[in-house]
Design a protein around this ligand. Sequence first.
Ligand SMILES: *[C@@H]1O[C@H](CO)[C@@H](O)[C@H](O)[C@H]1NC(C)=O
Ligand SMILES: *[C@@H]1O[C@H](CO)[C@@H](O)[C@H](O)[C@H]1NC(C)=O
Ligand SMILES: *[C@@H]1O[C@H](CO)[C@@H](O)[C@H](O)[C@H]1NC(C)=O
Ligand SMILES: *[C@@H]1O[C@H](CO)[C@@H](O)[C@H](O)[C@H]1NC(C)=O
Ligand SMILES: *[C@@H]1O[C@H](CO)[C@@H](O)[C@H](O)[C@H]1NC(C)=O
Length: 330
Amino acid sequence: MSMECFVLFGVLTFLLTTNGADALDCLLEESCVLPCRFQPGAEVIIHWIQLADSPAHSYYHGNDQLSHQKLRFSGRTSLFKNQISGGNASLLLSGVKVEDEGRYKCYTSTVDHNKETFIDLNVYAPVRKVELHQDGKRITCSSEGIYPKPEISWSTDPPSNQNLSEKIKVQQIGQLYNINSSLTSVPDVEFKCTVSTGRNKMTATLFKLTFLSGSSTETTMHCTSSKSPPTGLIWRFNHSQIIVSDGSVMEEWRQQVKSVTMSGDLTLKDLSTDHDGIYTCELRNAEGTYVTNTFLRIEQSQGNVSNLNIHKLGDYTHCYCSSCWYAGLL
Ligand SMILES: *[C@@H]1O[C@H](CO)[C@@H](O)[C@H](O)[C@H]1NC(C)=O
Ligand SMILES: *[C@@H]1O[C@H](CO)[C@@H](O)[C@H](O)[C@H]1NC(C)=O
Ligand SMILES: *[C@@H]1O[C@H](CO)[C@@H](O)[C@H](O)[C@H]1NC(C)=O
Ligand SMILES: *[C@@H]1O[C@H](CO)[C@@H](O)[C@H](O)[C@H]1NC(C)=O
Ligand SMILES: *[C@@H]1O[C@H](CO)[C@@H](O)[C@H](O)[C@H]1NC(C)=O
């Protein structure tokens, strides 16, 4: 019984050490530790080799031996010196590059044992930010600095049967990819754009336009509430002018901005009809980007309930009650 167990264990370790290579994901331009352990002993020799045959780092006679090191690893590798005697041959690789991808062999030997460990290193630069911009009827979704090559896809609510994945542009700058895609906006539709690489994805959502009839003394507009706290917030007017960007209020808007809450809601004061227009909240958090457009119309005469308006906004005509204190179409 115990013999059987021993044999089985032996076979398993054999399989793991001959065919097994652990996969390791390393962030581009960051530092990464390639793990390797061995049974401690005297006269330690360590060779780190990127297959096929690019010496990355060697250690013997108690010192780093870098005379055969491939030039592109120069100054970027080190061992944890004070842990070598304890059996730690891990390699610290800094400033990770795309060329660092591939299989590595960690060869260790002491007077008693020698061992080979294999690691497959994959390099990636995740999607960190997806932007959605509207310019007239054109909506563009974009993201930058991604590796490996990203993909982009659109969806709408309600679903659309038109092919939305057209006009995708991918550009490679150095080793990183930039991607963008544009489409034509349609009224009363919510758009979602997702940029993904093998390892992560992020989504930007453009909500349907809402209408708000606001008071000239004070009006609050909302961003979309989402679970994660915002990491970035921009309020824009008429798709161009910036009102608030990451906490700082632009000079031209100091008179009007009363407050911006933690969740992104914007309160304006002392408004006139000059402030009629579209207010865009672009909120970013760990999950993605949320773009909320509010069409604000400032009430001129308060308390006048018989004030029905017809407003033409681009291609759409809206009829609404300007004193009714609620947003929506009639
Ligand atoms: C080796 O030591 C370093 C530094 O303490 C540590 O980060 C790493 O996890 C260790 N590796 C192994 C395989 O023990
Ligand atoms: C949508 O268009 C893209 C680019 O022209 C094409 O590659 C893709 O196959 C199309 N998808 C569908 C479902 O027609
Ligand atoms: C989209 O990508 C193309 C090619 O990389 C670039 O020329 C263009 O300026 C981008 N457009 C936008 C709106 O980002
Ligand atoms: C903002 O946009 C609205 C609607 O298109 C327009 O009526 C208004 O004149 C614009 N305001 C400014 C200051 O550009
Ligand atoms: C209410 O609106 C009507 C039509 O625009 C206008 O004639 C009237 O003077 C307004 N009343 C007040 C109290 O503002």
